[in-house]
Ligand binder design. Structure first.
Ligand code: SF4
Ligand code: FES
Length: 248
């Protein structure tokens, strides 16, 4: 396939960026999107030009690092896949592909397509954990009976990989789907109940301090989430937050 790529180039957080057009030939439909980007970067390097910076790590849909906004959609046109799992067979010969970074005030561009998502780390650090006794008297987790329905819901919430596609897809740049997945993961399990009140209050406070927008129930986050995280988690977090606020 021969393609035209329109790629956001930005040298640093302090400099203005712009879209730059490139042509690329002989792209195999069996390549992943990131392999196509690698091929493009090799061509830039061979011409003595600066390669396009983009984040990636596992390349199998687990780490949440690959963050590209492709033809107006976070992780591109396929559903329930990350950018690294997107294949070039989703495009046609002669296509123009527009590639931008995830855009949100709380995700400043580091360079080109790489953005700083450390705001998510700080939200996690504010409460996305359980404190356990590791003195040697730790209770076997399997000794705590957990309702199958709740275990399944908690597992579903735990599949959030923290990629930030929900933020990039939301017109308000809201992080509610991400934060609600992290809150739900623990709220549904007995191990998470101990710190539940502080957790939801602290994580929502940190989310607000990071500059993410409010949720207006548009639902774009759920559509674009590569892990199918449900809006049901946002409803659960709102209820957890109300309870924690009333409890004081
Ligand atoms: S909720 Fe979905 S889109 Fe948002 S960070 Fe988690 S996996 Fe990514
Ligand atoms: S590179 Fe790890 S999820 Fe895409």
């Amino acid at each position: 396939m021969d393609l035209t790529l329109k790629i956001w180039r930005q040298a640093s957080v302090d400099e203005d960026g712009k879209m730059v057009d490139y042509s690329i030939s002989d792209v195999s439909p069996d390549m992943s999107f990131l392999e196509m980007m690698d091929m493009h970067n090799e061509q830039l390097i061979n011409k003595g030009e600066d390669p396009v910076a983009f984040d990636h790590d596992c390349r199998e849909g687990i780490c949440g690092m690959c963050s590209m906004f492709i033809n107006g959609e976070a992780h591109g046109p396929d559903r329930l896949v990350t950018t690294c799992q997107l294949h070039m067979r989703k495009f046609k010969d002669g296509d123009t592909i527009v590639i931008e970074p995830f855009r949100a005030n709380a995700f400043p561009v580091i360079k080109d397509l790489a953005v700083d998502r450390s705001a998510f780390d700080r939200i996690q650090q504010a409460g996305g954990f359980v404190s356990v006794n590791t003195s040697g008297n730790t209770q076997d987790a399997n000794a705590i009976p957990i309702d199958k329905h709740n275990a399944d819901k908690a597992f579903d919430a735990a599949t959030c990989i923290g990629c930030g596609a929900c933020v990039a897809s939301c017109k308000n740049a809201s992080a509610m789907l991400f934060v609600s997945a992290k809150v739900s993961q623990y709220a549904l399990l007995p191990q998470g109940k101990v710190e539940a009140t502080d957790r939801v209050l602290n994580m929502v406070k940190q989310m607000d301090e990071e500059g993410f927008g409010n949720c207006t129930n548009t639902g774009a986050c759920e559509v674009e989430c590569p892990k199918g995280i449900s809006l049901e988690n946002i409803a659960r977090m709102n209820s957890e937050y109300l309870y924690a606020s009333l409890k004081g």
